[in-house]
Design a protein around this ligand. Structure first.
Ligand code: ADP
Ligand code: ADP
Length: 229
């Protein structure tokens, strides 16, 4: 499962300033759709609406045909995994941060998720900046390491739906490639919405939507959009 549909969605935070204007798209179950566009276009708003942080003014958002207005925010949080641009970690162990929200997970499950995100060295060894005063606490991880923790958490949670909101944009290009590979593994077979501001960072999305000033200005495959220029 996990098909997401936006049907003629219009939304404004502030009544006289529309942000999304009659936006319609579908992310078929297991597929990846990317939303690209300049800063302020309304890309992150799409993900906030999926979590029902705000109510839309018109249209309909459904997951597997069910209007999300009929779904609790708690269920939405369960169903949707999100890797944001900057992951804020709890001031606790890597293990704690990976397990967050899946307290029933076994040590084996946590370690498997850590391995897939290639951060397994960290839960057994000492993280960079290990502070002998505070034991494993007082984590000091690089941006890429933090993203790996977020990815491991998402793998462990195993949600049917995944949102990657500029998940690699804060990283240097060598790290970005590595993290991109890890994200591709998590996205594979999962319904995924990728938010990015540059078309160049999107490789294999099934469909790319170009959002400009709250409207879908163009849509197509990577090649189609590049051909149009
Ligand atoms: P993008 O992700 O494409 O950069 P956003 O969806 O974050 O764009 O924001 C779209 C527009 O909505 C921006 O002009 C932004 O300033 C405005 N906006 C975002 N969040 C709020 C909010 N909570 N209240 C009012 N305006 C907001
Ligand atoms: P499909 O959904 O067609 O089965 P995959 O799930 O294997 O494809 O992969 C999803 C694709 O989305 C990846 O190949 C990758 O190019 C793209 N992708 C995933 N995460 C990101 C990201 N953060 N930024 C840009 N592109 C991404």
């Amino acid at each position: 499962g996990g098909t997401v549909r936006f049907e003629n969605v219009s939304f404004a935070y502030d009544p006289d300033r529309p942000i999304l204007k009659d936006v319609s798209f579908e992310v078929p179950a297991g597929r990846t759709v990317a939303i690209v566009g300049p800063s302020g276009a309304g890309k992150s708003t799409v993900s906030r609406l999926l979590f029902r942080f705000y109510d839309i003014q018109s249209g309909r958002i459904t997951i597997d045909g069910q209007d999300i207005r009929d779904v609790t925010q708690d269920s939405l949080r369960e169903a949707i995994g999100m890797v944001p641009q900057d992951t804020v970690l709890f001031n606790d162990t890597v293990r704690y941060n990976i397990r967050y929200g899946r307290w029933d997970a076994t040590d084996d499950e946590v370690e498997q998720a850590a391995r897939l995100a290639q951060i397994d060295g960290f839960i057994r060894q000492m993280p960079k900046g290990y502070d002998t005063e505070v034991g494993e606490r007082g984590l000091k991880l690089s941006g890429g390491e933090k993203q790996r923790v977020a990815i491991a958490r998402t793998i462990l949670k195993g949600p049917p739906l995944l949102i990657l909101d500029e998940a690699t944009s804060a990283l240097d290009s060598a790290t970005e490639k590595d993290i991109q590979d890890a994200l591709d593994r998590v996205a594979s077979g999962r319904t995924t919405i990728v938010i990015a501001h540059r078309l160049s960072t999107i490789v294999a999305a099934d469909e790319i939507l170009v959002l400009e000033a709250g409207r879908i200005a163009e849509r197509g495959s990577h090649q189609e959009l590049l051909a149009q220029g």
